[in-house]
Design a protein around this ligand. Structure first.
Ligand code: SF4
Ligand code: SF4
Length: 369
């Protein structure tokens, strides 16, 4: 497993990190997957309060108790739950206890949506100040942030020089959205961890459309898509959500054999998906609840599929949601145009316009097939 220095922290982290947001109810298999990851050289483990119905930190804690190799743990505190320094201390102390560790190596100010939000985080007496005190006390090593802001805003945040690294979404579908953020972090010698490197499951779903990605006979589409992310010079590591030993073994292979992709292929991918990346729902669900009870991420996942050329699957998914939603299924055409969802959207999507597109494609009498 290859490693890279995370910013200028002196910590060399594996280029594939273990994301702890996709554990199933099988805790024993989750623990086995974490232990296998450590055996294969993965040394960066990312979790957060609330992940997996608030069980993720406990699952890591169980696994860490049996670790024989050094590792780094990352967890988070959100201004939505911890608005001031004291609340951040309580959150971090709980995380330390659940994880069974004496320090958190990477402590994230979590889910910063935009510049205004960022200013609240760094305001005097706020969450950042709380983390800074914990750092002085040796309970955390590095203060970093995770964000869903766009590239320009991430640049402003990086240039404040308050943080040692950033966690942001990046993959071959949305590479254009936050690329400037990656560059800004690199210019400021910050670490960059990438979340959502497989497009929230879209890349595995679109394997038939992405057969041109692998560059080796034995490389899978998923491995090639991860390679696309970690071969970006400003990226330190990609976090991949894993829950089974088999997934760990497949994803860890990327870290053993990382080569820069053929530049012509990269240019082709960027051309093909450049526009799509501006309008791509990651299924994070932050836009919910909708007052009209519309399940926005489900409906936009149909649109995502349509846009990557999976028209048949898009229609099938729409019908599936309609059937399984039973009486609860609310069509996109029920949108009351209130705009609340757009204020909350992590990707800054024009959700209302996208729902109109869903209506045109799947709900109109003369819908296109
Ligand atoms: S704009 Fe439409 S989809 Fe968005 S919250 Fe309002 S009713 Fe729901
Ligand atoms: S519409 Fe935006 S907030 Fe809602 S799930 Fe998609 S990306 Fe997330």
């Amino acid at each position: 497993m290859q490693t890279r220095e995370y910013g200028r922290t002196g910590k060399h982290v594996s280029i594939i990190g273990f994301g702890g947001m996709r554990f199933t109810d099988d805790d024993d298999e989750s623990v086995r997957a974490i232990l296998r990851a450590s055996e294969l050289g993965i040394n960066y483990f990312d979790t957060a309060p609330h992940y997996c119905r608030d069980r993720s930190e406990d699952i890591f804690g169980k696994a860490f108790a049996s670790f024989t190799r050094p590792f780094y743990v990352s967890t988070k505190s959100s201004i939505g739950d911890e608005k001031n320094a004291d609340e951040v201390r309580r959150r971090a102390e709980l995380s330390l206890k659940r994880l069974g560790v004496s320090k958190i190596h990477f402590f994230h100010m979590w889910c910063i949506m935009n510049w205004d939000h960022f200013q609240k985080v760094i305001a005097p007496g706020g969450p950042y100040d709380g983390a800074a005190i914990l750092k002085k006390e040796g309970l955390i090593d590095h203060i970093v942030f995770s964000t869903h802001a766009n590239g320009d805003e991430i640049r402003r945040m990086c240039e404040t020089n308050r943080f040692e690294g950033v966690l942001l979404g990046y993959n071959l579908f949305n590479h254009s959205n936050r690329f400037d953020g990656i560059l800004a972090a690199q210019e400021n010698t910050m670490g960059v961890a990438v979340m959502n490197p497989l497009g929230g499951g879209m890349i595995p779903a679109a394997q038939s459309q992405l057969q041109f990605l692998p560059e080796h006979d034995d490389e899978t589409v998923v491995q090639a898509a991860l390679r696309f992310v970690v071969s970006e010079p400003g990226v330190t590591l990609a976090l991949v959500g894993m829950s089974t030993v088999a997934q760990v073994e497949e994803n860890a292979k990327v870290g053993d054999r990382i080569t820069r992709p053929d530049p012509e292929r990269v240019a082709r991918i960027k051309r093909k998906y450049g526009e799509f990346g501006e309008a791509y729902c990651t299924a994070c669900k932050y836009c919910l609840p909708c007052p009209a009870q519309i399940n926005i991420p489900n409906l936009l996942s149909c649109l995502n599929r349509q846009r990557v050329g999976l028209e048949k699957e898009a229609g099938m998914f729409y019908e599936f949601f309609k059937k399984t939603g039973k009486t609860d299924f609310i069509p996109a055409s029920a949108c009351a145009d209130c705009g609340i969802c757009e204020e909350r959207c992590t990707q800054h999507l024009p959700i209302r316009a996208q729902l109109r597109e869903v209506t045109r494609l799947f709900e109109s009498d003369n819908q296109s097939q």
